[in-house]
Design a protein around this ligand. Structure first.
Ligand code: FE2
Length: 356
């Protein structure tokens, strides 16, 4: 019988030699919860090996220790994502949960202050840093593919945009050079740092939505003109929140300009073409791709290949389709994107075989 006093967690979260401040239990065949590790005790690799050899898919933590458990995950994220006893799926779940928690915290705490606190930005930066190796593994993309088609939820969306951004830039070092010109390709550490900063921009790109009422964010019906104007302020709000942080200008511009369209029809400033920061031009593509492949209040998700077709097709002013599965909001999209970057993104999708 399931005891609601315990929560199931992934055994992949338990890493050798770490010191969790909570007890870990296993469940017997009779449904009894048996103490497996005491708080503060190091868990040895042998002990962990025995646990995972049997194919155990979950261990348990007392529900009252949930906060401690979440803190432990975040603090040890780098080691957990390198844990050889954990599967890619287990790591992906842990990464998504930690990332969602960090973004949620950033949204909630920033709302009161109007700016992003130093500790919040620090937490976000270290979460992205600790995730980079895992996100860069090709196996992690299989786990990402399983998240395609989920509901469009702010925190999960931010995680997927981060994931796609890091993978895409790893595959396209020439874009990195354009984002921050002047470094040589062999400068591995510098390259990693630029990718990390782009990842921070990706996960925070919609942080300005912290100021948009939930009723507007989650509205099923079309927005009124006033609601739409409020919504369109989120890139400006995002910049205002990040202005005093030590993030570089290209990240702040990326956040500010991620809804600018290549043909000048976007917002908030109506910038055009190469006047739009290159990180923002990449974000415009990835943000759209993830939104369209997610289940939105007014729309079933499109498959990645259908999404690409729509993103490439029908320039503005062309004949509106009669296909009942297409939404007018998704038409005439080609004008929004830098075509060279879009081409590269489509090649990337083909390489990583996200459409499964
Ligand atoms: Fe946005």
């Amino acid at each position: 019988m399931i005891d609601t006093r315990y929560m199931a967690v992934s055994p992949g979260a338990v890493i050798p030699e770490a010191l969790p401040e909570f007890r870990i239990y296993v469940r017997s065949a009779e449904g009894k919860y048996i103490l497996w590790a005491l708080e503060g005790k190091k868990v040895g690799a042998d002990q962990l090996g025995k646990l995972t050899e049997g194919g155990l898919s979950e261990v348990f933590v007392d529900i009252k220790d949930q906060f401690k458990y979440e803190q432990y995950l975040e603090t040890n994220l780098g080691s957990i994502l390198e844990n050889k006893f954990a599967s890619s799926d287990q790591k992906a779940t842990i990464f998504s949960n930690v990332s969602a928690n960090v973004v949620k915290n950033a949204f909630e705490t920033s709302l009161g202050l109007g700016v992003m606190g130093k500790d919040v930005i620090q937490r976000t930066q270290s979460m992205v840093k600790n995730s980079l190796i895992f996100i860069s593994e090709s196996k992690s993309l299989q786990a990402l593919a399983k998240m395609i088609g989920h509901d469009y939820q702010t925190y999960e969306h931010a995680t997927k945009v981060l994931w796609l951004m890091v993978s895409f830039l790893n595959n396209n070092p020439d874009i990195l050079e354009k984002i921050q010109p002047g470094f040589q390709e062999e400068e591995v550490e510098h390259k990693k740092e630029v990718i990390r900063l782009c990842g921070v921009g990706a996960i925070l790109h919609d942080i300005g939505k912290a100021f948009v009422a939930k009723e507007i964010l989650h509205k099923d019906d079309p927005l009124t003109d006033v609601e739409w104007e409020i919504m369109k302020r989120h890139p400006l709000n995002g910049l205002a929140m990040l202005l005093d942080t030590d993030l570089p200008v290209f990240v702040k511009q990326g956040v500010l300009q991620h809804h600018e369209d290549f043909n000048g029809g976007g917002y908030p400033m109506g910038l055009e073409g190469f006047n739009i920061n290159i990180l923002a031009r990449v974000l415009r593509i990835i943000d759209t791709f993830d939104a369209m492949t997610s289940r939105r209040p007014y729309k079933d998700p499109f498959t990645p290949s259908k999404t690409v077709q729509i993103m490439c097709g029908k320039p503005a002013g062309s004949v509106v389709t009669e296909d009942p599965n297409e939404d007018v909001r998704d038409q005439g999209m080609r004008r929004c994107f830098d075509e060279d970057l879009l081409r590269k993104f489509i090649l990337f999708l083909g390489d990583v075989k996200l459409d499964r």
